[in-house]
Write a protein that binds this ligand. Structure first.
Ligand code: SF4
Ligand code: SF4
Length: 540
């Protein structure tokens, strides 16, 4: 059982970077409590129509694989090598230069060589060579090839579920090998024989049943958004409308469900509602497309496609012109990198144009979906918002570039532009830990669960150390980000490594500063925390 006792930070930071005494192929996987995730339950596999639903756990000796499991995996590998050119390329072209080796946060935090991206890929490549290359078939181990065995499958499971598909390593690879794509293939193959984790299949199954990861029914969504509107009225004196399933609205707004249902995401949701009210946006939430996140990305291409389709089906049903997307992480990787080929083109929607500023979002011409930080930065640049940054004077802020918006979209400037206009105390973390080189929270791609807690803290350690740096140097007490998973996982990470720093969304910060028409004298921020007193020359 994974009844792990998590080491204290001063114990966990004692990392041994020595390789094991045995060669990597002969070093068996150790399912140490605290470092792996529970298996997907049979109930959820049935909902998703996935193969081999059964009761099992990774620590079991017998994984209850189908009799012909090896044939299924090798056939699956052959199909994917033919279908995805990138997969074959990534299996063939690595020159083992080692440039990626020390770039993975899981390697930095664990010292386990199999968490070096080059070796993580080798887990799959060694099998590829054995069955799909002439040299591997003839020379076996001499050519870096090995047989596919149950132990190899267990090793895949352990290490492909210790990769958050963050793509940091690919930034440093001279050949552009994308380890996230390799991990996705590894997970796809594991899924063919029913080896998956519940923290991925349950949110996906919930999405199928109810439209969102948390399995909330439409009535629950309505109630929660109304509660949030009550809180806004309490803080600002302004009552905002919550449009739901409104046919003919101009814009469909899709956010991660974590923003409706869990702190600190709910404060970000307050920010969305306040902003839309203030600018008079004709928009709607949907109870069907009530989830921006797409856990299919952590399972298979087919599942990505199935889950993404509902957003566009709902846009069509409601007759909106275009889609605005909230502060979500992997939703944007799907939209930016896969949407067009999987579900597109969305020709039935219009090229997005801001009804407030007239700005045409040409970058969204094809997907018809605009990121909220692009939308809001444009409002600020066009002088459409009244902001009082002094209201955030009690906060000293740093910004975590969430992996997917950063590396999949290049969305670096817009969130920073908003932060700089909404607050006066903003401090960047060290250059090598931000923008395209940003360090992962350690809990994405379905790994943000409790049984995997030690590995999350290890994987998140490099990010936490960069926050600690600005916490100690500049007194930073707030970590802003634009991803719902980050808001959740970074909160535990900060509690563990950097107590005193809490996490927020960028639109929470914006809404603290937003001067609303008809608002009462604001004495607290959205969390109800008192604002800092102003000196006379700071009074607006
Ligand atoms: S977790 Fe990120 S850095 Fe590590 S191997 Fe996976 S994609 Fe690369
Ligand atoms: S940086 Fe690229 S080529 Fe070099 S070892 Fe890593 S994956 Fe291979």
């Amino acid at each position: 059982m994974s009844s792990a006792k998590t080491p204290k930070p001063d114990e966990l930071i004692q990392i041994r970077y020595e390789p094991p005494e045995t060669p990597w192929m002969d070093t068996p996987v150790d399912f140490r409590p605290g470092t792996w995730s529970y298996s997907g339950t049979a109930k959820n596999l049935v909902i998703l129509d996935l193969p081999n639903p059964r009761a099992w756990q990774p620590y079991d000796e017998d994984w209850k694989l189908p009799e012909n499991w090896k044939q299924i995996i090798l056939e699956g590998m052959r199909e994917r090598l033919e279908k995805y050119r990138s997969f074959r390329l990534f299996m063939d072209i690595c020159v083992r230069c080692g440039a990626c080796a020390d770039k993975c946060h899981f390697y930095i935090g664990s010292g386990d060589p199999k968490n070096m991206p080059v070796l993580r890929a080798e887990l799959l490549r060694s099998v590829y060579r054995r069955y799909f290359t002439e040299s591997g078939k003839r020379f076996g181990r001499l050519a870096g090839a090995r047989d596919l065995t149950v132990d190899v499958l267990k090793e895949w499971f352990y290490y492909f579920y210790q990769c958050t598909e963050c793509r940091r390593c690919s930034v440093f690879c001279p050949y552009g090998i994308d380890q996230a794509e390799i991990t996705m293939m590894g997970r796809e193959l594991l899924n063919l024989v029913g080896c998956n984790i519940n923290w991925v299949v349950e949110p996906a199954a919930n999405c199928f049943r109810t439209g969102n990861h948390l399995g909330i029914q439409p009535g629950g969504i309505k109630d929660m958004l109304e509660f949030i509107a009550d809180d806004i009225e309490d803080r600002t004196g302004v009552r905002v409308e919550v449009p739901l399933n409104k046919k003919g609205a101009e814009v469909l707004f899709v956010a991660p469900s974590g923003d409706y249902f869990a702190d600190p995401g709910t404060y970000t949701c307050m920010g969305y509602l306040m902003l839309f009210h203030e600018i008079g946006l004709n928009y709607t939430f949907s109870t069907y497309a009530s989830e921006g996140g797409n856990f299919g990305l952590f399972m298979s291409h087919e599942m990505v496609k199935r889950l993404n389709a509902k957003i566009y089906a709902e846009a069509k049903r409601l007759g909106v012109k275009w889609i605005l997307g909230g502060e979500c992480g992997h939703m944007w990787r799907v939209i930016q990198q896969y949407m067009d080929t999987m579900n597109g083109p969305a020709d039935f929607l219009a090229e997005p144009v801001s009804p407030i500023t007239g700005t045409r979002f040409e970058n969204a011409r094809s997907t018809k979906m605009v990121h909220i930080t692009e939308f809001t930065a444009d409002l600020i640049r066009s002088g459409k918002l009244k902001l009082d940054p002094h209201r955030n004077d009690h906060l000293r802020i740093t910004f975590h570039d969430s992996c997917n918006p950063a590396r999949a979209m290049g969305l670096f400037e817009e969130p920073r532009y908003i932060i700089r206009h909404a607050a006066r105390h903003f401090y960047e973390m060290p250059e090598e830990t931000i923008r395209e080189k940003t360090l992962c929270c350690g809990g994405g791609a379905g790994l943000g669960n409790d049984e995997n807690f030690e590995m999350r803290m290890r994987g998140g350690m490099p990010r936490a150390m960069a926050v600690k740096h600005v916490h100690e140097k500049h007194g930073v007490n707030r970590l802003a980000c634009i991803c719902a998973i980050d808001r959740s996982t970074l909160s535990s990470l900060m509690d563990y490594w950097v107590p005193g720093v809490t996490v927020m969304g960028v639109h929470e910060l914006l809404a603290n500063a937003l001067i609303m028409t008809g608002e009462k004298d604001r004495t607290t921020d959205l969390r109800g925390e008192p604002l800092k007193e102003r000196t006379d020359d700071e009074t607006p």
